[in-house]
Design a protein around this ligand. Structure first.
Ligand code: UFG
Length: 334
């Protein structure tokens, strides 16, 4: 690609966990970046100093429209949104507002501003509790919570908009994202963690005294939930490859799972943490968490066939090691 084709990429939620890794990956690949983030769950310090930040909501069409024009935005990576599944059950309108309605506004302003490419953070939660695991992209999508529904509705909007306007898109359905930048530049920093590896890292660094195991009676090899954990840096690089694909082949759009295609149980994850730390976490068996499927593992054949993306950190201990290193950094920071 020539320099002239290097338009600016607008990254929403770029000061958040996954978004900040994507910003680094884009910059490492030579893409100019501008971030839109309201800093409700993100942090200015998660961005390199020279990355411009437009502080505000992604649903604010005037603000985003100005940013698109001012920075010469040619593609949007849309990470901003609310992500806590149980909260989506108790406060669904927050999710249909921050995820679905805000995305509608963002897509509209993108179309108006002539943005040609859109990459969307979707989720395995669009499948609900799949009948077949590993799950393929053409499996039925029956979300079992408003979070999954709010993301699936955004996928539908993108499908319809791409058919009607000169825009193509990739929706990446993330499985369980974990770990941190191997160079220690950013990591998962928002308080009130609910994700297993983050919680285990907090327990291993003394921030909590135990880890709850949510259910041991699932139909899985050891009875605990099985998930496909993917290193956040591999996920970030998938976005950069997806962007290149959209540029190279502007007639095509894609929905792709983003996972490694293999599952680990809760006990296997905690075993990995014990091995890496040489400690024994206090595990307390508790009841199932409402709404959790037994097993969720990606069939990743499509992304491997579509993009030159190849995972570089497909190793549970490596994911845990990077998560722990970041957790120690956060602890030092205080
Ligand atoms: N778990 C525990 N103890 C904990 C936290 C989690 O046992 O303290 C278990 C869960 O029951 C589950 C597994 O660890 O079996 C993973 O749970 P996470 O909360 O880390 O992740 P989820 O699989 O619930 O969530 C992921 C994504 C969501 C997405 C969801 C779809 O992070 O964005 O998958 O099911 F919506």
């Amino acid at each position: 690609m020539t320099t002239a084709e290097r338009f600016t990429v607008l990254v929403t939620g770029g000061a958040g966990y996954i978004g900040s890794h994507a910003v680094l990956a884009l910059r490492d690949a030579g893409w100019p970046v501008v971030v839109v983030d309201n800093l409700v769950t993100g942090f200015r310090w998660a961005l390199p100093d020279d990355v411009p930040l437009v502080e505000g909501d992604v649903g604010d069409t005037a603000l985003v429209g100005r940013a698109i024009a001012e920075y010469g935005v040619g593609a949007i990576m849309h990470f901003a949104g609310s992500i806590v599944v149980p909260e989506s059950v108790s406060d669904p309108l927050k999710y249909y507002g921050n995820n679905t309605a805000a995305s509608r506004n963002l897509i509209e302003v993108a179309v108006r501003g002539g943005v040609r490419h859109f990459i969307f953070s979707s989720t395995a939660a669009t499948y609900g509790a799949p009948e077949e695991v590993p799950v393929r992209e053409d499996a039925p999508t029956h979300p079992i919570n408003p979070y999954g529904a709010s993301k699936l509705m955004t996928e539908w909007m993108l499908r319809d908009v791409a058919a009607a306007h000169p825009m193509n898109y990739v929706a990446l359905r993330y499985f369980n994202v974990a770990g941190a930048d191997p160079q220690g530049r950013t990591g998962q920093s928002t308080a009130g963690a609910t994700h297993l590896i983050k919680i285990a890292a907090e327990a291993a660094t003394g921030k909590r005294d135990h880890v709850s195991v949510f259910g041991t009676d699932y139909d899985t090899p050891d009875g605990t939930g099985v998930r496909d954990y993917i290193h956040v840096s591999d996920l970030a690089s998938a976005h950069v490859h997806a962007l290149q694909k959209l540029v190279d082949d502007p007639a095509a759009s894609h929905v792709m799972n983003c996972g490694y295609g293999r599952g680990f149980s809760v006990q296997q994850v905690l075993d990995a943490v014990d091995r890496v730390t040489n400690l024994k976490l206090d595990r307390r068996v508790g009841p199932r968490r409402p709404g959790d499927p037994a097993a969720l593992v990606a069939d990743n054949a499509r992304i491997l066939a579509t993009l030159p993306w190849r995972p570089e950190r497909d190793d549970l201990e490596l994911i845990v090691t990077d998560a722990l290193a970041w957790e120690r950094k956060l602890a030092e920071r205080g």
